[in-house]
Design a binder for this molecule. Structure first.
Ligand SMILES: CCCC(=O)CC(=O)SCCNC(=O)CCNC(=O)[C@H](O)C(C)(C)COP(=O)(O)OP(=O)(O)OC[C@H]1O[C@@H](n2cnc3c(N)ncnc32)[C@H](O)[C@@H]1OP(=O)(O)O
Ligand SMILES: NC(=O)C1=CN([C@@H]2O[C@H](COP(=O)(O)OP(=O)(O)OC[C@H]3O[C@@H](n4cnc5c(N)ncnc54)[C@H](O)[C@@H]3O)[C@@H](O)[C@H]2O)C=CC1
Length: 725
């Protein structure tokens, strides 16, 4: 393969007259422009050769194709690559050359057929797959639409309702389901895949099997009136579920055009909107997230040293509270034997009970069988002492956020655990060097910061100190992968990356409310921006105890830039501690539905008088845009500090940390990506202005000041930003 080309196809013509074209572009045989243009040449050759009667397309190394090469979207966005004309691949190659050919094609699908991969297979005249194959159109997840004919062929093969479900949820189906839907013609074992596909192709030639052009099928489409109703409903749902995104609605336009005006018009509409969505900001954000998420496991100086993860055979968890029980659940779900240690029988029973409840909820929802439940629970053992820690490979401490207790526990662990054992803490804020102060095991002390609920939330913040060994990080990255978490490796400091970014967000919200802004309007603006909930609703959910404990760490460690508000402590004094007590910033009914509380005013006014703050008429009437800027620019400021201090190695890691740890909307690309889309100059100037009016909480850090004064991107590595200055 030429080192400048990305992937290729190879064609072999058998003595049976079948040309087998294999897609080769490791690791997932993505359809790069090179692969697609090679495929076109192979087709032209196969169609012109007299010794070829039929064609089979397959993918190398057990994977059909993971779809269009996603990095190609970047090339299109930059303008360095484009199709010779809009719809060239979907219409000229896949429809007019392949599907309309006088020789039939059969797709032989092993492993993945996703996005453009499935679309290519649907342009073939039949599809044979292995039982493990995954078939899906996940494009909307990336901000694009199925642009290789998927909006036209999938509804014609599986019906409109199922096609909408598959496209709008981005979820793949397995081979058996694909077979019953009519997407797959036969499911056969791997060893028989190619022979069956060859035979099927020849059977089509000999008219023993039907020669079907999916794009021309109509039998699965509902009558026009019904189709319009189904699409109207889908539009309504989409507007509700993805209010800030245009591309799902544009995708529905392409589907509707095909149903109303026929497949050719549909393909043309698909090509038109397909080329438009690529330049949407939301698409740029989602594609950035795709690569950034996969980039978090590449840690310079750690994962490039050839270290092999050691096998973690048994894990111990100290503390069976909210976090310890969630972490235990995540581990046993991935088949790690776990010992859960608590202080007494009662607490141990409660901790094990929480794990049980986590799993039982799966049984209730039907996603876990009773047998699997029993088997999974059998991996969990309780303990009240450290005796059973003598053969564990990793300990995760999850006791309350108290430095001296954690120090004592780590000193004990050093005595009981084997020398190789990883000593991890789930602390959310405390400096790990302080936790390990009373040990000589600094090289194996690491942060394993999970987010609540730990068995559900996808992020694992892996915190390394200057002493943590690269091997320990590699081991924990491997555990993270096995328990299906997205890991982000960060440096040690108070609050690490996620909580450091989170803190100014809540503080900014408190600041605004003390100066007259309406908390419910803030929550509403932030939700419309795309966060799962606003800062006040979130405080209620997390509980005021956790909020105060975290705030204390920040106030102690970063006094120069913390805004100390008494609103939460005052409410807590009155036994309002958030959702758990049914009263916080909101009132909660039996179904946990939140409603605003007129009494909240009383606490805000009292806090205002205690802090000496005055109502500021400008802040009372903030627009939604101003609310977003005043709550999120302080987050950008802190993210810049975290980046400048080297706590995060790459700005993209902060994007992933913000998305998976804070709930920042993925289609905005993460905190640094979003900031760069606004521009460092503007963010700097706003913060600078607010800091002059409202104080140091808003003061731009040196990194932001430097880049902002020149308009340099915040996410650029230091050298690159300098070189652009
Ligand atoms: C005009 C538009 C036409 C169209 O229809 C558009 C499309 O087809 S868009 C693409 C649609 N396909 C997808 O969305 C699939 C995306 N990929 C995945 O979901 C997963 O990667 C996978 C299920 C295919 C494999 O998962 P897994 O085994 O966990 O492996 P990784 O996710 O870590 O991926 C391994 C490496 O492969 C790279 N990759 C994967 N898919 C693509 C792709 N379509 N294009 C380019 N590269 C892809 C991924 O980045 C990993 O690379 P790394 O360097 O990090 O190893
Ligand atoms: N609650 C949250 O949302 C998050 C909390 N964290 C961190 O996780 C840790 C635990 O927090 P939670 O689970 O919320 O606390 P929790 O109060 O629910 O649970 C702590 C448990 O530790 C037990 N414990 C105390 N001393 C012990 C000892 N010596 N041996 C064994 N068990 C002992 C207690 O009995 C209690 O059950 C804290 O460091 C916290 O900062 C991290 C992320 C999120």
């Amino acid at each position: 393969m030429d080192s400048r080309t990305k992937g290729k196809t190879v064609m072999e013509v058998g003595s049976d007259g079948v040309a087998v074209i294999t897609l080769i572009n490791p690791p997932v045989n993505s359809l790069s422009f090179d692969v697609l243009y090679n495929l076109k040449s192979n087709y032209e050759e196969a169609l012109s050769r007299n010794d070829v009667k039929a064609i089979v397309i397959t993918g190398a190394k057990g994977k059909f194709s993971g779809g269009f090469d996603i990095s190609g979207f970047g090339e299109i966005q930059k303008g360095t690559r484009k199709e010779p004309k809009v719809g060239y691949i979907s219409i000229d190659i896949l429809t007019d050359l392949l599907e309309a050919a006088r020789k039939p094609s059969v797709a032989a699908i092993d492993g993945l057929a996703l996005g453009g991969g499935l679309e290519l297979s649907m342009a073939c005249h039949a599809r044979i797959s292995t039982p493990g194959a995954q078939l899906g159109l996940p494009e909307l997840q990336l901000g694009v639409i199925p642009g290789f004919g998927g909006t036209q062929r999938l509804p014609r093969l599986v019906g409109l309702t199922k096609a909408l479900e598959m496209i709008l949820t981005s979820k793949p189906v397995r081979a058996e389901e694909g077979h019953s839907l009519g997407l797959i013609d036969a499911v056969v074992p791997s060893a028989e895949l190619l022979t069956t596909a060859r035979r099927w192709a020849l059977d089509i030639v000999e008219r023993r099997k039907p020669w079907i052009s999916s794009v021309l099928k109509t039998d699965k489409l509902p009558p026009l009136g019904e189709a319009r109703e189904i699409l109207k409903f889908a539009r309504g749902q989409t507007r509700k579920q993805a209010p800030n995104m245009k591309h799902p609605l544009m995708c529905l336009d392409a589907l509707e055009t095909g149903i109303v005006s026929g497949p050719r018009a549909g393909l043309e509409k698909e090509a038109e909107v397909g080329s438009q969505v690529i330049s949407l900001d939301t698409t740029k954000g989602l594609i950035h997230v795709f690569f950034s998420q996969r980039g978090t496991v590449k840690v310079p100086g750690v994962t490039d040293r050839g270290l092999i993860p050691r096998k973690i055979k048994k894990v111990a968890i100290i503390g069976g509270g909210l976090m310890g029980s969630g972490i235990a659940t995540a581990l046993i779900l991935s088949n790690y034997p776990v010992i859960l240690k608590e202080v007494n029988e009662k607490f141990l029973e409660a901790g094990i009970g929480r794990v049980k409840a986590n799993l039982q909820s799966r049984v209730r929802k039907g996603s876990m069988s009773k047998e699997k439940f029993e088997k999974t629970m059998s991996l969990l053992k309780g303990s009240l002492d450290y005796e059973s820690f003598r053969d564990v490979d990793m300990v995760i401490e999850a006791v309350i956020e108290n430095i001296s207790l954690k120090q004592q526990i780590f000193a004990d662990l050093e005595k009981y655990c084997p020398q190789h054992c990883i000593l991890a803490s789930n602390t959310s804020t405390i400096d790990l060097n302080k936790i390990g102060e009373r040990t000589k095991s600094q090289d194996r002390i690491v942060g394993a910061h999970f987010f609540s609920p730990a068995h559900v939330m996808p992020l694992l913040e892996i915190v390394r100190t200057n002493h943590t060994s690269a091997q320990v990080i590699v081991d924990l990255l491997d555990v993270g992968k096995k328990i299906k978490k997205t890991p982000v490796v960060v440096g040690n400091c108070t609050g690490f990356a996620v909580n450091r970014m989170f803190f100014p967000y809540t503080q900014a919200a408190m600041f605004l409310v003390e100066r007259g802004a309406d908390p419910y309007l803030i929550d509403s603006a932030v939700s419309k921006f795309g966060m799962p909930m606003g800062p006040f609703r979130l405080c209620d959910l997390v509980g005021f105890g956790v909020a105060i404990a975290t705030a204390t760490q920040f106030i102690e460690n970063f006094p120069e830039r913390t805004y100390k508000s008494m609103i939460i402590p005052l409410m807590q004094e009155d036994k309002r501690a958030g959702e758990a007590t049914r009263k916080g910033f909101y009132l909660y009914d039996d179904k946990r539905k939140a409603k605003p509380d007129p009494e909240l005013k009383k606490y805000i006014e009292k806090a205002r008088s205690m802090s000496g703050a005055n109502v500021d008429p400008k802040l009372v009437k903030l627009s939604e845009k101003e609310i977003i800027e005043m709550t999120f620019f302080p987050v950008v400021n802190e993210a810049c500090r975290v980046f400048a201090e080297g706590i995060a190695v790459k700005a993209a890691d902060l994007d992933i940390a913000a998305i998976f740890g804070m709930g920042f909307p993925p289609y905005r690309g993460g905190i640094m990506f979003w900031a760069d889309s606004i521009g460092s100059k503007y963010i700097y100037s706003r913060l600078d202005e607010w800091s002059k009016t409202y104080g140091d909480f808003f003061k731009p850090c040196a990194f932001l000041a430097e880049r902002g004064s020149k308009g340099a991107p915040l996410s650029a590595p230091v050298e690159q930003a300098r070189s652009r200055l």
